[in-house]
Design a protein around this ligand. Sequence first.
Ligand code: ADP
Ligand code: MG
Length: 253
Amino acid sequence: MLIDIKNVSYTYETNTRPIKALDNIDLQINKGEFICVLGPSGCGKSTLLKVIAGYIKPTTGSCLMHGETITGPDWHRGVVFQSPTLYPWMSVRRNVEFGPRMKGLSPEDVKRIANRFLEQVELIDYSEKATFELSGGMKQRVALARALANEPEVILMDEPFGALDALTRVNMQNFIRKIWKKNNSTIFMITHDIDEAMSLGTRVVVMSKSPGKILKEFNVDFTYAAIENKHGRVRIDEEYMNIKEQILDLISK
Ligand code: ADP
Ligand code: MG
């Protein structure tokens, strides 16, 4: 087990009234898993990700990594947001090299790591471009390469493909699946797209409307069929439809 979220509740204190965003979340993230979290807008998904990232501390309960309380952000947990937060004045390469450089790695190691992940996201030919010159999907790939370059133990993604058009989105899904497989990564991804969750995840976690509770978890294996398929497509069979129906029922409650 990598991360253990135990009885986590979170309440935002505001000027008017407290807002309870998370209610007793229990969730374990194991090495190598691809967890996809689904839930209605405002149910607390981003709050949960912020707790895991270490940006905020649970109001009650605890969030542990390797048995130790998460006390703040660190590079063992890489975060990718919906709108990539790149340094626009730096080249693609510089953005990806940023983490390894900050760690004080040798110039050769920095270069080797950057090349490896720039190749994985197929941006090696764009290395010297400034990031403001890139399309949305390419920017998101830079953000992904930058997170990967830190060689984090888990990648946390908050609706990373939400702002992309449908075709780019499918391409990105295929990218992330391949990268997850190739690097044996552990991924925790928030999405509001049921098919995205089912076609990428090894586990789909469904949350209730606010305050967010976990309603149900589904272990799924459709992503493996998509790895085998040359177009990265899942097989929409009876089992798939059945699970999708169950998730729709849970979410529309
Ligand atoms: P989701 O990502 O599922 O859409 P969020 O985690 O962003 O949901 O938000 C959960 C709830 O907490 C919502 O009711 C939201 O309005 C509230 N909330 C989120 N961030 C803040 C904040 N900084 N201050 C006060 N309330 C917040
Ligand atoms: Mg959110």
